[in-house]
Design a protein around this ligand. Structure first.
Ligand SMILES: [Mg+2]
Length: 442
């Protein structure tokens, strides 16, 4: 790919010939760094196809090959589709997609469609299996969602082979034979180019994009299809005469910055297929945590009193979370006994949250499970991990496998409300190794 010029710079640097070539390539590299702040890499995005519906079929083999949708309780007024199997899409009399009300979808789906209830513990288990495989294929795996991850292959393919396409084929095969899932893989020079490459072919796709391929295949897409362009931004871009990704790439950056601020620069870079932050910064952000702890004035053995302390800690730490525009995937507690023994316990939430109430309930559950009644504590702490920007989470909900992006986007708030209503109060699943091993500050 054209972008590999930057990738090979270190190799050329060791060469005893071709100094002109080194100069030219480095110059090119610096131009792009000036625009985006990041340099070209080799990035793959692995995205499981119709993940929730596929998990339902893995759990119950009778569903295999049948039309399946995963949806909230049909009795609920706002029951919406969360995932649609490709078989259901094929048999439907019109486009059916995540975010659509179940009642409306039923009129399009065949009468024998299987409506499966969501099962987040199952999704987490299969997601863990998929991430275990991904980690065999890259030292840097950055979670994008429960069924989607970026793999950085920059300079790291050596032991696996040298052709990213061949490695991607082996990766797809491993996920299919070991789990039974199909995935779409996109390969590009950045996260956004890998993501858009994966979008181009579903299900079971494998697409590699270089910059020429980007102009040919991504520029003609509606601007709302670009990763990172939210539904609220589309009308603003339309007002500027920007309807397609190519229009955005050709737009005057200073106008975009005036209209949209820093976000204008971000989506302008995205329209060129470039990230504004390096992939490992994303990983750092995922690993980031917030914590609050307090040493008690006296040892406390009363459970109600312990919980009152927890509530204060949860309120403080959740407030900081909301102030910073983040949601937490994990909640942890720290306990120090009068004998100065320290314990930490954490768990992954089914759905990331920023509400004091949900965090407090998770913290209480951990306390009840791990601290026997009547046992005194000297210090209590609460830590939130696996932080994700609220805007990224919204984007993840938009990234369900489905066509009809515009309709899907209008439904997103309803999906968010539904997921929160349905899962926020339910039992929590075990902590994922990926979403934060717990480390408490001393
Ligand atoms: Mg997916």
């Amino acid at each position: 790919m054209a972008s590999s010029q930057c990738f090979w710079v270190p190799g050329l640097g060791f060469s005893t010939t071709g100094k002109h070539a080194i100069f030219v390539v480095v110059f090119f590299h610096l131009v792009w760094q000036g625009d985006t702040g990041t340099s070209d890499r080799t990035i793959a995005l692995v995205d499981a196809n119709a993940f929730f519906a596929s998990c339902a079929a893995l759990e119950d083999p009778k569903l295999h090959g049948r039309p399946v949708v995963v949806a909230g309780d049909p009795g609920q007024r706002h029951g919406v589709i969360l995932s649609v199997s490709y078989e259901a899409k094929r048999l439907a009399r019109g486009p059916v997609h995540a975010g659509m009300p179940l009642g409306k979808a039923r009129r399009l789906l065949p009468p024998d469609v299987v409506v499966a209830a969501p099962d987040h513990a199952l999704y987490q288990r299969i997601s863990d299996q998929m991430y275990d495989i991904l980690q065999r294929f890259s030292p840097l795996v950055v979670p994008a969602s429960i069924d989607e991850a970026f793999l950085d292959w920059t300079g790291s393919l050596g032991p696996l082979g040298h052709d990213p396409v061949q490695v991607a084929i082996r990766l797809k095969q491993a996920i299919r034979t070991e789990i039974g899932l199909t995935v779409s893989v996109g390969i590009g020079w950045s996260q956004v180019s890998a993501k858009m490459a994966a979008e181009l072919q579903k299900p079971d796709g494998l697409t590699i994009l270089d910059r020429d391929g980007w102009s040919a295949r991504v520029y003609p897409l509606a601007v709302g299809e670009l990763w990172g362009v939210g539904p609220k931004t589309v009308p603003k871009l339309h007002a500027l005469g920007i309807r397609h990704v190519g229009d955005l790439a050709a737009a005057d950056l200073s106008v975009l910055q005036t209209e949209l601020g820093e976000y204008g620069r971000h989506i302008w870079a995205a329209a060129h297929g470039d990230d504004t932050e390096p992939i490992d910064a994303r990983l750092d952000r995922q690993a980031k945590s917030l914590s609050h702890a307090t040493t008690l004035a006296h040892d406390v053995s009363d459970r109600a009193e312990q919980k009152a302390v927890l509530l204060g800690l949860c309120d403080a730490v959740a407030g900081r979370l909301r102030e910073n525009g983040y949601l937490a995937r994990t909640v942890g507690i720290r306990i120090r006994t009068p004998a100065f023994r320290n314990f930490t316990h954490a768990k992954t939430l089914p759905v990331p949250t920023d509400t004091t109430d949900e965090i407090y309930r998770a913290a209480c559950e951990l306390l009840d499970r791990h601290l026997p009644a009547g046992r005194a504590v000297r210090l209590l702490g609460v830590e939130l991990g696996g932080l994700i920007a609220e805007s990224d989470w919204q984007q993840q909900l938009l990234d369900f496998d489905a066509s009809g992006a515009a309709v899907r986007r209008r439904q997103v708030d309803r999906v968010v409300d539904e997921i929160r209503a349905r899962f926020g109060k339910h039992a929590l699943v075990r902590g994922s190794q990926l979403y934060g091993k717990f480390k408490f500050m001393p």
